[in-house]
Design a protein around this ligand. Structure first.
Ligand code: PHE
Length: 450
């Protein structure tokens, strides 16, 4: 097995934690988590999501990092060499392909939403939200997404800045992440403070944390599980490719726990900031993808120095989206460099162009093509459902099966080097039985077989 990847290596454990947390913390935590929690009734959904993080996300994240570090290549080639090493079929490299496709599809709509956040940097800074009412804020949002040209322009700009960073390698971003990630958390805490004073805080907290299981159905459970994969960047090779740049001596177990804790904390803070504003202003929790854009500007419009903090908040959100986007496309770029002998720059241009094109479908799904639906879903809904609810859990399931059943126990034990044998045994039991069975049960439940 190779000792390092041809694409380079993280300089320390801290840098890996920053990069992986940068990948995990993104629109998923701040934009998606609150609105899907809102659509699925709150508490029971949140609890299911937390359970999935613990029982499925954490162990599979360890498995995915471990596979990446052992293979030291793009996920497609990593899966191939690991399969060969284990005397299994080289067809496992399809798992890498599934991830590459999922990465393209996710980034295609992720970039459009990140574009909204960029547009809001400018809007909040201009002071249009000063003293704004809930109606006014919703109106501004509605007008914005009705304009395909604007959405396309911001989507294009976001894709360009993403591909620029990917082309030059991720070193610069690491340095920035050191300050920007803590800043994002601080500003979220500030927002929670605002919600405590000005929002319907009690109501928000009880919406998020008191679980009434009659409010969640099979589809909601699938969404919660899918989101556990999405928010931890699991099941498509992003964390695998980051793992392939991880130095051999770093312990995978504790590192994973830190990343998952940080990710979950950001999501819960976002929920605590948003729902009190929702209830205090008579908005509905199930407002859909526009939720943060229709709630947070109300807070920024009324708090002291709101324009300043609001601009900063959306800037940091763009940054968080940016550091996630890079990991969405890295598996494809690494493969193009390895197998097509392209320069990083060329690989980025092709991968970026393809993603940008698919993204146009999402741009139009909010305006001109809003009525064009398949199974009642717009293009954006379809992309989101296909990736988060199907492809990522499927990818994660295969990763668990590979790590638990195909790879030899000595190999995984050595590569993970967990603090003691009990922890290793528990991990192995979970990836062999618990996580795969849980994912399968949720799938079967949704298609109505159980
Ligand atoms: N985890 C990112 C977020 O929460 C999204 C993502 C998914 C990134 C899959 C990489 C891979 O925003």
């Amino acid at each position: 097995m190779k000792k390092t990847s041809q694409h380079g290596q993280w300089s320390s454990r801290m840098v890996f934690i920053l990069a992986a947390t940068g990948s995990a913390v993104g629109l998923g935590n701040i934009w998606k988590f609150p609105y899907i929690a809102g659509e699925n009734g709150g508490g029971a959904f949140v609890l299911t999501y937390l359970l999935c993080i613990l029982a499925i996300g954490l162990p599979i994240m360890m498995a995915e990092i471990m596979l990446g570090r052992r293979g030291r290549q793009s996920p497609i080639n990593t899966m191939r060499v690991l399969a060969v090493e284990s005397n299994a079929s080289a067809l496992w490299s399809w798992l890498g392909w599934l991830g590459v496709v999922a990465g393209f599809l996710i980034l295609s709509y992720y970039s459009v939403i990140a574009g909204w956040a960029m547009a809001y940097v400018v809007r909040v800074a201009s002071g249009v939200f000063d003293g704004a009412t809930a109606d006014g804020v919703s109106h501004i949002f509605g007008e914005f997404i009705a304009d395909p040209e604007k959405l396309l322009a911001w989507h294009s700009l976001f894709m360009i800045i993403t591909m620029l960073v990917v082309a030059r390698g991720v070193k610069g971003l690491e340095r920035a992440a050191k300050f920007l990630m803590p800043a994002l958390i601080l500003i979220l805490i500030l927002l929670v403070g605002y919600s405590m004073n000005q929002g319907a805080f009690q109501q928000g907290v009880s919406f998020l944390f008191s679980a009434d299981f009659s409010k969640i159905n099979a589809a909601g459970v699938l969404t919660a599980m899918g989101h556990a994969f999405f928010t931890l960047s699991l099941g498509m090779g992003a964390i695998m490719v980051y793992g392939s740049y991880l130095p051999s001596r770093v312990s995978i177990g504790s590192t994973t726990v830190i990343i998952a804790l940080a990710d979950t904390a950001v999501a819960l803070l976002a929920g605590l900031a948003i729902f009190p504003i929702v209830f205090a202003n008579g908005l509905t929790p199930a407002s859909g993808p526009g939720l943060i854009f229709q709630t947070l500007p109300i807070a920024f419009g009324h708090m002291a120095y709101g324009a300043f903090f609001g601009t900063l908040f959306f800037l940091l959100l763009v940054f968080a989206a940016w550091s996630s986007s890079i990991s969405l496309i890295e598996p494809a770029v690494a493969w193009l460099v390895e197998n097509r002998k392209m320069s990083r720059m060329r690989a980025c241009i092709w991968a970026g162009l393809l993603t940008w094109l698919i993204g146009i479908g999402t741009v139009l799904s909010f305006n001109l093509a809003a009525d064009l639906t398949v199974f009642g879903k717009t293009f954006f809904d379809l992309m989101d459902y296909l990736t988060a609810n199907i492809m990522l859990p499927l990818g994660g399931l295969c990763i668990a099966l590979f790590a638990g059943w195909v790879m030899a126990a000595e190999t995984s034990a050595k590569e993970l080097s967990l603090p003691n044998d009990h922890i290793y045994k528990a991990w192995r039991f979970i990836v062999r039985y618990v996580s795969p069975v849980a994912v399968l049960l949720v799938f079967l439940n949704v298609i109505g077989l159980i």
